[in-house]
Design a binder for this molecule. Structure first.
Ligand code: SF4
Length: 239
């Protein structure tokens, strides 16, 4: 068995046993995915979990969110200190309603045109919402890729993750990599708990050399992806 196939099989098994379970991970609804990923920026998943059911009960569609009164959206977030998210979320929903008839785009370029939606959120929508095998790379995944494969550029990590997806379920593998980075392959890795312990070379972490992709809008309104040192990517576009 090739190493990459072995990595895929180990990750899937580990995710089945140890992966985190959040309600949105059971969903294939692009609306739920884009809203949750938008909210997950700089916010812990456990915090979002507390309002998940209530939010989608009150705002079950893009239309309902786009036409909602801000105070009603704020009411859902009020206990969590996420009030400032309400306006941005409504703006995003209005944009999708106006420009896409309420349909979440299933195309990277169109997704990136949405304000507040960067590379990570776009990839998550494509992978988790539209079942398109798209690498979903955040800093947790970069850390795993760096130590496991020695890659420092997001584009290289994406190439290897695409290869990985050929040997399993791309959605499960994407979540497995995110969780492995968040729970085990942390800044101080817990290798003895890792399913890749015996096959990982444990290369030194080189965050300062990472080059991650960031959305840039030019003066002419073009949306481009640029590689940037990770230390300058202040805002994790998911997070
Ligand atoms: S073995 Fe250690 S360094 Fe390698 S992926 Fe697992 S936790 Fe990270």
């Amino acid at each position: 068995m090739s190493i990459i196939k072995l990595v895929a099989k180990r990750l899937e098994k580990w995710y089945d046993e140890k992966g985190r379970r959040f309600p949105w991970r059971e969903s294939k609804d692009p609306y739920k995915i884009i809203v949750v990923e938008f909210l997950l920026q700089r916010t812990r998943a456990e915090t979002i979990e507390k309002v998940y059911a209530e939010f989608f009960r009150r705002f079950p569609s893009i239309e309902s969110l786009a036409t909602a009164k801000r105070k009603n959206v704020e009411r859902v977030f009020s206990k969590l200190g996420l009030l400032y998210r309400a306006t941005r979320l409504i703006d995003m929903a209005r944009f999708i309603l106006e420009k896409h008839g309420g349909h979440i785009p299933c195309d990277l370029k169109q997704l990136l045109r949405i304000k507040g939606v960067g590379v990570y959120i776009s990839s998550a929508v494509l992978n988790f919402g539209y079942d398109i095998a798209t690498p979903v790379i955040d800093k947790n995944v970069m850390r795993v890729a760096n130590r496991l494969w020695g890659v420092k550029r997001q584009t290289d990590a994406e190439r290897l993750v695409r290869e990985l997806y050929k040997y399993g379920d791309h959605k499960k593998l994407a979540y497995a990599l995110i969780d492995l980075g968040a729970l085990v392959c942390k800044d101080r890795p817990q290798c003895r708990l890792c399913p890749l312990n015996d096959i990982c070379p444990k290369l030194p972490l080189s965050k300062r050399d990472w080059r991650m992709l960031r959305k840039v809008i030019t003066a002419r309104g073009e949306v481009l992806l640029r590689e940037q040192p990770v230390m300058r990517v202040k805002k994790k576009d998911r997070g």
